[in-house]
Design a protein around this ligand. Sequence first.
Ligand SMILES: Nc1ncnc2c1ncn2[C@@H]1O[C@H](COP(=O)(O)OP(=O)(O)OP(=O)(O)O)[C@@H](O)[C@H]1O
Ligand SMILES: [Mg+2]
Length: 268
Amino acid sequence: MPTTPSSAPAYVVVENLVAGYGDQTVLNGVSVQARRGEITVILGGSGCGKTTLLRHVVGLLRPRSGRVLIDGRDVHRAGEAEREAILRNVGMSFQGGALFNSMSVEENVMLPILEHTRAPVETARMLARMKLSLVGLEHAARLLPAELSGGMKKRAAVARALALDPTLLLFDELSAGLDPVTARELDELVLRLKAQFDMAILIVTHELGSIQMIADRAIMLHDGRVLAAGPLAEVQARQLPQVQAFFDRRPRPAGLRHGLLERLTDGA
Ligand SMILES: Nc1ncnc2c1ncn2[C@@H]1O[C@H](COP(=O)(O)OP(=O)(O)OP(=O)(O)O)[C@@H](O)[C@H]1O
Ligand SMILES: [Mg+2]
């Protein structure tokens, strides 16, 4: 259920984004909006450009054309200092988590604080501890990423994304590959963060259960374009074959996700 009126100004505005790699065009005129206080999910088949879209939102890749505005400021046309200021308010957890394996969980969370503020080490440590307690990982502060379960790694990545108190939070496949209980706990965490902080939250996910539980709005990408966008219920009700195929998938037993069952049912 949307918790804020749709008339609220969009915090993130992607306009007519054309993007790709080498000769390949991946996004061909994509426009997307995300508002504070809402969770917007980005949907679409593997390889359709969801991660590519997020990389452009955070300024890691330059668009061929189009623009990305965060809080009204153009990420790609800003000078270095302004860009740094814009991105200071953005927290992101990449597909796969990407924690630094040689550092403790706490040090991973301290890193952006030490990099982007003048906080002394002990202050950064205290702030990192606060973020870890927000995600239920205060007891794991001194562990190395290799000593964490899959769900704990995701929580640590969330804590790191929260390190600088962002107003825009981006997650790429946060709950993919987790068992249903752990995935649900992460969804609950995301909902709690939405309730506690006034952030725009943009999440790439394939998980139907997660989409139903957390999404206020959905954007479905297909063939380099936005196929459907709007409140989740409206997108789900769209009578488009690709949309229906996406939402009609039967939930699959964990563990068989990447197995024979998937290939058989997807090929059917
Ligand atoms: N660094 C890169 N260099 C060249 N091509 C890339 C690169 N990253 C992605 N691509 C290509 O761009 C297309 C979109 O990839 P992207 O990772 O954005 O898809 P996705 O929607 O995130 O897929 P998935 O659901 O599997 O994560 C794919 O065809 C992919 O092969
Ligand atoms: Mg991806």
